[in-house]
Design a protein around this ligand. Structure first.
Ligand code: FCB
Length: 438
C-alpha cells in the first residue's frame, strides 16, 4: 500500500467502524424487536429477507473481533449501541443484560488500548416506538433523550467520543421517502417531519450529555457529491436539489439554524408547525463533526412532483454497490463540511467499498479495496494540506456484515466473515493497512 501513518499529522487517529444491528446478532441477550426485524420479515424489502438475527455473532465474539482491531494497529473503534437491546420497549425498563454487554464491550476496547467512539443510534428503532410513529412523532426526541441518559450514565465515563445519530439523511429521506430502509415509507410529509425530528432528537441528546458533563460530542453526516448529468440548466438545478436534501439540509440545520430554500420548496407545507423554534436546541455547539463518504451522484431533471430530480448512471468504475469510485468527492465534501463546521476537528467516520471477496487458500485478495483506500487517503491528505482540520479516518468496515436491504452479499469488511461458520479471515487490505499503520 502506497501509504503510511507518517504521511498524516502527528496524533491523527485511524480507526474502523461498525454498527450494532449489522454485526451483533439481535436475537441474543434479550433485545427487543426493532423496525428492521419487521421490515426484513416483509417480502420484497430485503434481499432474500435476510435479517440481523445472528449477523456476525459479535455479541459472543467481540473479544476476538476487538483483538483484530488492536492487532491491525488502529487507534479508534467506532461502534454503536442498539436502542432496543438496552431498552426493549424503547423507554422504561432497562434490559440489564444488554447494557452489561456494552459495558463489557467498552472495557474490552480500553483493555486493548482502543478509543471507544460511540454512536447512540445506528438505525434500530424499537418496535414499540415505531408503533407510535417512530421518527414521525415529535416525542421521539424525549424518548431518545431517555436512551441517551441510560447510556451516558453507564458508559459515559469511558467513552472517548459520542455522536447521537448516524446519517440523518438515511434515517429520514432514505427510510421515509425512498422506502429503501425501515420503516419503508414513501411519503413526503413523513419525510419532512422525520428529517426535522432527527435533528431535534440530536439536539436533545447533546443537551442531555452536556448536562452530565460528557465530553467530545459530535454528529455524523453522510455526503454524496452532487453533479449535474449534463450541461443543461435543468441538470444543474437537479443537482442543486439533490445536494439540498441530501447534504445541506442537515449541516445547515445544525450549523446555521435554517433549512435550504431548495428543500423548503418541497418541504414547507409538511414540516411541523413552528419548526424554527427548535433551532436553538439543534444548533448547540459540537466538538467535532464526522463525514461518511462513499460516492458521487449524477443528477438529472424529471417531470412530476418535487424534487423533480433523479440520479443517472455515471461512467466511472463502480464498486459492488454500483457506486462510482470518486475520491475527488471526498476532498470536496471535506472542504464543504469545513466551511459549515468551522474550526472543530473533522473525522471521516466511514469510507470503504463492497467487493465480492472470497477466501482462497486461507487468504482474501481484495486489491480493489486497497486501491480504493489509497485513493481516498490521498484525497484526505490533499484536504489536510489545504487547511481542513481532519483529525481521523475510520474505515467502513471492520468486517463483512449485514448490509441492510442488500443482505449479506455486499462485503465491506477488512476482515472476511463466512456467514455459515462465522470464521473471520483478515483480507489483504487488513494486512496492508496493518503494515502501513505500524
Ligand atoms: C452507510 C451506513 C453503514 C453501511 C455503509 C455501507 O450509509 O452508515 O451502516 O451500511 O453505508
Amino acid at each position: 500500500m502506497n501509504f503510511s501513518r507518517s504521511q498524516f499529522p502527528e496524533g491523527f487517529d485511524f480507526g474502523v467502524s461498525t454498527s450494532s444491528y449489522q454485526i451483533e446478532g439481535h436475537d441474543f441477550g434479550g433485545a427487543g424487536p426493532t423496525h428492521w426485524d419487521t421490515f426484513a420479515a416483509t417480502p420484497g424489502n430485503v434481499v432474500r429477507a435476510e435479517h440481523g438475527g445472528r449477523a456476525c455473532d459479535h455479541y459472543h465474539r467481540y473479544r476476538e473481533d476487538l483483538d483484530l482491531v488492536a492487532a491491525g494497529g488502529f487507534d479508534v473503534y467506532r461502534f454503536s449501541t442498539s436502542w432496543a437491546r438496552v431498552l426493549p420497549e424503547g423507554t422504561g425498563q432497562v434490559n440489564a443484560e444488554g447494557l452489561d454487554f456494552y459495558d463489557r464491550l467498552v472495557d474490552a476496547m480500553l483493555e486493548r488500548g482502543l478509543k471507544p467512539a460511540a454512536t447512540l443510534y445506528h438505525w434500530e428503532m424499537p418496535s414499540a416506538l415505531a408503533d407510535r410513529g417512530g421518527w414521525m412523532n415529535r416525542d421521539v426526541a424525549s424518548w431518545f433523550a431517555e436512551f441517551t441518559e441510560v447510556i451516558t450514565d453507564r458508559l459515559g465515563d469511558r467513552l472517548w467520543s459520542v455522536a447521537p445519530i448516524n446519517e440523518p439523511w438515511c434515517v429520514g429521506w432514505m427510510s421515509h421517502f425512498l422506502g429503501h430502509h425501515a420503516p419503508g415509507l414513501r411519503d413526503i410529509r413523513a419525510t419532512a417531519r422525520a428529517m426535522h425530528h432527527v435533528l431535534l432528537a440530536h439536539g436533545r441528546s447533546i443537551e442531555v450529555m452536556r448536562g452530565k458533563g460528557q465530553e467530545n460530542l459530535g454528529a455524523v453526516f453522510n455526503f454524496e457529491w452532487a453533479e449535474p448529468a449534463d450541461d443543461s440548466p435543468e441538470a444543474a438545478r437537479a443537482a442543486q436539489t439533490f445536494d439540498g436534501y441530501l447534504n445541506r439540509f442537515f449541516v445547515e440545520g445544525v450549523f446555521r439554524g435554517r433549512y435550504p430554500d431548495s428543500v423548503l420548496e418541497g418541504f414547507a407545507p409538511h414540516l411541523p408547525e413552528n419548526y424554527q423554534d427548535d433551532f436553538p436546541l439543534i444548533t448547540q455547539k459540537l466538538d467535532w463533526c464526522g463525514l461518511n463518504y462513499y460516492t458521487r451522484k449524477l443528477c438529472a431533471p424529471t417531470d412530476g412532483a418535487w424534487p423533480h430530480q433523479t440520479e443517472v448512471e455515471g461512467p466511472l468504475p463502480k464498486t459492488l454497490m454500483g457506486w462510482e469510485i470518486y475520491p475527488e468527492g471526498l476532498y470536496q465534501s471535506l472542504k464543504r463540511l469545513h466551511e459549515y463546521a468551522g474550526d472543530i476537528p473533522l473525522y471521516i467516520t466511514e469510507n470503504g467499498l463492497a467487493s465480492p471477496d472470497v477466501v482462497k487458500d486461507g487468504a482474501v485478495d481484495d486489491q480493489p479495496r486497497i486501491d480504493y483506500l489509497e485513493a481516498h487517503f490521498a484525497a484526505a491528505r490533499r484536504a489536510i494540506d489545504e487547511g481542513v482540520p481532519l483529525a481521523g479516518y475510520f474505515v467502513w468496515s471492520l468486517m463483512d456484515n449485514y448490509e441492510w436491504a442488500l443482505g449479506y452479499e455486499k462485503r465491506f469488511g477488512l476482515v472476511h466473515v463466512d456467514f455459515d461458520s462465522l470464521e473471520r479471515t483478515p483480507k489483504a487490505s487488513y494486512h496492508a493497512l496493518k503494515r502501513a499503520l505500524a
